[in-house]
Every structure is written in C-alpha cells, then in structure tokens.
Design a protein around this ligand. Structure first.
Ligand SMILES: [Zn+2]
Length: 85
C-alpha cells in the first residue's frame, strides 16, 4: 500500500513539476512563432492549430483537418454530394 502511494506521488510529481518551467518556454516560443491561428475541422468540429492541421484544397477553398481520417471522410462526403446532384 505504501508503495502504491509512493507511485502515485511520483506520477503527480512528474505531471505537475514541469508546468512551471514549460510555461516560460511556451511563452517564448509563442513570441517567436507568432500567434496561434486556430482552424475548424469541418468533419468533427474541433479547433486545431493551423500549422499542425492537415490541409486540403477543394474547389478553391482550403480546409483543415485534425487527422487523415477526417480528411478522407470529408472527401467522401463531397464526392457523395457531387453524385447526388
Ligand atoms: Zn477531425
């Protein structure tokens, strides 16, 4: 039981300790890279960092996705629409 408590304390220590130092680091990297631009994934509706998003040009518009899975889904949806029309 004591070992169990020690493990939990150790995990908590790992989780909480780097917060203070990473705060300073992220503030600096933010300044270098400029403000983060959030874009919406049209498939699952979540917001993602533009630089990390998967981009797709479709009919002159740029779409952003959180994953390749969402991108594939989007293409599939668009193709289905075209077939229906
Ligand atoms: Zn998504």
């Amino acid at each position: 039981m004591l070992l169990y408590i020690l493990i939990i304390l150790f995990i908590a220590y790992l989780l909480f300790w780097p917060k203070g130092s990473s705060k300073r680091k992220s503030a600096r990297t933010k300044k270098d890279a400029g403000p983060v631009k959030l874009v919406k994934d049209p498939v699952c509706g979540i917001y993602i960092d533009e630089r990390e998003a998967i981009k797709l040009r479709w009919e002159g518009k740029t779409y952003y996705f959180c994953s390749n899975e969402c991108k594939e889904k989007f293409i599939h949806m668009k193709k289905e629409k075209v077939n229906q029309a």
